[in-house]
Ligand binder design. Structure first.
Ligand code: T1G
Length: 698
């Protein structure tokens, strides 16, 4: 089947693109469009219309072709052919015109779109920049600042905004093809000539040196360490100062610098890993799904309220259950406050907030959950309390309802066993704040039915979450690995480092926040209480948590008590070093006869990141995670792991598993290094010169 068909309809040459699933500009498509435009130059058509079949206009270059030898025609060459066409070319947009797709529309002479269409240049999310003239043509239409906003955020804009910015010439209400044909005929009858964006100039008022300097500073803060956004700014500066051809040369150079960077390799890996993560290897694609049209949530605390918002935001009614009216009022109050914040930030209109709130009701009666298609337990992290809740849900919920637990650690098999329908029980581990964090760890228990798993994987995308499947183990994928990461942070602290050094090493490397500052944010008492429930064997080396336990016993619980590893300004919440902490560290080191030493930044980094990797390897070989990319998605969407590093498993592959393995062996061979036994899978792959990605795809 050809990816392009051509017909002349009422003197308009219609170039119809059909390259499912998203009309990506593969080599075959580029060549076919080029041939069609060239052939049309001499036929009887008076204008050309570019329109796409399927759910969307062109969603960009074909990302699967990156890193492979490029084939002619290259995209810039094709776009030059379109722009230099002697006959006017009109792009008709529906769905999303993204990346190379919008660049194709910008090379066209006129653009029309349905109101629901979105246009954008999201290349920065792949560690790239628009490499087919986007950085040169867009600012010529919108001005420099607006173009920078679109390209450095990577967030698509609505067609209406595109019209306001001068990118879209006509909004088509009703059928796109009919409206576009009418627009094309109107242009022909009006004697419209090819309008070549490359011949325009960037409005100098929008491109002052101060604006660019300010922009560079802001981007350096919000995209720390990323090269692509900074290169985009350089390209737009070139667009403002140089001719189109000179600017395009700079765009090409900087595009290639991004393309061959480890950052882009990492971010492209995550693009596909996120889509792979939504697939369950051993469940057929056509597994019939259960419908989820109503949800019940047990527990109206911070998590319960946040979870409720996710469903209300997409139009699914939610019943929030609490033990009494006071608790219920508190829970609904949290929800109202969160929506007020979203409205204040302009994320939701007043009408949308009212609509969402109208979908959330409260109760103290379990019977009000009887008809829920999905019941989610979000109560205190105690397995006995959770079992009681599940026994209640089992007695009231209708047959066929899915019973889910939002536990972060506990044994979902045990929870399922508290019901007479373990096949309907699953873990849905949301991350706090649940209405914001995108990750949803979906925990399949021993007896969870395939249709329950498949339904929840689909439901997750429906509530705009990124689903990752996990098997049952203590802490599932994310928290289990995090335990090892935090252990190393604690040991580095007592052995010679400081909270400031540890946190700045990880933050400079790209983590959203250092481990000790994360502890203070979450509350040190949470870990403390969890440790109280563990046996000495489970706790491991007693010196590991000695400092953390001491801080809690001094009522230093973190931000919530104004002090933890740091002290916090009561007004601004600004974090400050506190010498009192180092006093505790030195006391505990003395108590456990630890001779403190200078620990280098690289050692801290290797110990914390390789602790994640080694535990990740064990999780893979135990089958708790389906593939290494899933672990990367968990860490990037749930734990602030830098996207430009691709996640812990991708990072290890990029470093080289033999180096990771040898470093871990060196840690193991130091006195007190027993905990560093390399995972058998890591050892095997390192010795075979292989990678986690290869192993996962094999
Ligand atoms: N190339 C190749 N495959 C793609 C693709 C692309 N650009 N976009 C999507 N797919 C695949 C995806 O892997 C999945 O495959 C299927 O299509 C459905 O995608 C020179 C350098 C368009 C908003 O960054 O944001 O142009 O898993 O599950 O949720 O300047 O896909 O089914 O096998 O995401 O409906 C710039 C990327 C490229 C847009 C649809 N473009 N795509 O979302 O479906 S760089 C992008 C998306 C570029 C030029 C540069 C989304 C979507 P599979 P999906 P969806």
């Amino acid at each position: 089947m050809s990816v392009v068909s051509y017909e002349i309809n009422e003197h308009i040459g219609v170039i119809r693109i059909n390259n499912p699933p998203v009309n990506a500009l593969s080599h075959a498509l580029r060549a076919a469009i080029q041939d069609a435009v060239n052939a049309a130059q001499t036929d009887e058509s008076k204008a050309l219309l570019l329109i796409c079949e399927g759910r969307t206009f062109i969603a960009g270059a074909d990302i699967t072709e990156f890193g492979k030898p490029p084939k002619d025609p290259w995209l810039p060459e094709l776009l030059d052919t379109i722009e230099q066409s002697g006959k006017i070319v009109i792009a008709a947009i529906h769905g999303t015109a993204l990346g190379g797709g919008l660049e194709t529309a910008l090379a066209s002479h006129y653009r029309c779109a349905v109101p629901s269409a979105k246009i954008g240049l999201p290349e920065v999310k792949l560690g790239l920049l628009p490499g087919a003239g986007g950085t040169q043509r867009l600012p010529r239409l919108t001005g420099a600042k607006a173009a920078l906003d679109i390209m450095t955020s990577g967030i698509p804009i609505a067609a209406g905004k595109g019209e306001a910015l001068g990118v879209i010439d006509r909004i088509i209400d009703g059928d796109l093809e009919q409206g576009a044909m009418a627009f094309a005929k109107e242009l022909v009858e009006g004697g419209a000539k090819p309008r070549r964006v490359s011949e325009l100039s960037v409005d100098p008022a929008s491109a002052s040196a101060d604006m660019f300097d300010e922009y560079r500073k802001n981007v350096a803060k919000r995209a720390r360490g990323q090269i692509a956004p900074q290169n985009i700014i350089k390209c737009v500066e070139a667009a403002a100062e140089l001719s189109f051809d000179e600017g395009s040369k700079i765009e090409r150079q900087l595009f290639e610098a991004c393309m061959y960077s480890p950052q882009s390799a990492a971010m492209r890996h995550l693009f596909f890993a996120e889509r792979e993560a939504a697939k369950v290897n051993d469940i057929p694609k056509d597994t019939p799904l259960r419908s989820i049209e109503s949800v019940g949530i047990v527990g109206g605390g911070t998590m319960g309220g946040g979870i409720a918002m996710n469903f209300a935001n997409v139009g699914i009614p939610v019943t929030l259950l609490e033990i009494n009216n006071d608790a219920l009022d508190r829970g609904l109050g949290i929800v109202k406050k969160n929506y007020a914040i979203s409205m204040k930030k302009g994320k939701l209109s007043e009408q949308q907030v009212e609509q969402c709130l109208s979908l959330i009701s409260g109760t103290t009666d379990y019977n009000d959950l009887a008809d829920a298609d999905l019941a989610i337990e979000a109560v205190f992290e105690n397995i006995d309390i959770k079992k009681e809740v599940f026994a209640r849900l089992d007695s009231v919920c209708k047959q066929g309802a899915i019973l889910a637990t939002n536990t972060s650690y506990q044994d979902v098999d045990q929870i399922a066993a508290a019901t007479g329908r373990p096949e309907d029980v699953i873990g849905l581990h949301f991350f706090s704040p649940a209405n914001v964090m995108k990750l949803l760890e979906i925990v399949r228990a021993d007896k969870t039915a395939d249709d329950v798993v498949a339904t929840c994987m689909k439901m997750a995308k429906g509530i705009r979450k990124v689903p990752v499947l996990s098997g049952v183990c203590y802490g599932f994928i994310g928290n289990r690995m995090l335990g090892k990461y935090f252990t190393e942070a604690q040991l580095c602290l007592i052995e010679g480092s400081s909270p400031e050094q540890i946190d700045s090493v990880l933050q400079t490397w790209g983590m959203a926040m250092g481990p000790l500052a994360v502890g203070d944010l979450a509350g040190l008492d949470i870990g403390y209480k969890a440790r109280q429930g563990l046996s000495d064997t489970e706790k491991g080396d007693p010196k590991t948590w000695a400092v953390a336990d001491a801080l809690v016993e001094m009522d230093r619980l973190g931000q919530k008590s104004g002090a933890g590893y740091y002290k916090y300004d009561a007004e601004t919440r600004r974090r400050e070093s506190d010498p009192a902490v180092m006093k505790v560290v030195e006391e505990k080191a003395a108590e456990f006869k630890v001779t403190r030493r200078d620990i280098g930044d690289q050692e801290i980094l290797d110990r914390l990141i390789f602790a994640l990797v080694n535990e990740g390897a064990k999780i893979l070989e135990e089958g708790i995670a389906q593939r290494s990319g899933d672990i990367d998605v968990v860490y990037v969407y749930g734990y602030g792991f830098p996207v430009a590093r691709g996640g812990p498993m991708h990072f290890a592959d990029a470093v080289g598993l033999s180096e990771v393995y040898e470093t871990i062996c060196a840690f193991r061979d130091q006195p007190g290094g027993e905990r560093w036994e390399p995972a058998p899978l890591l050892e095997k792959l390192a010795k075979a010169g292989s990678s986690f990605a290869e192993w996962s795809n094999s």
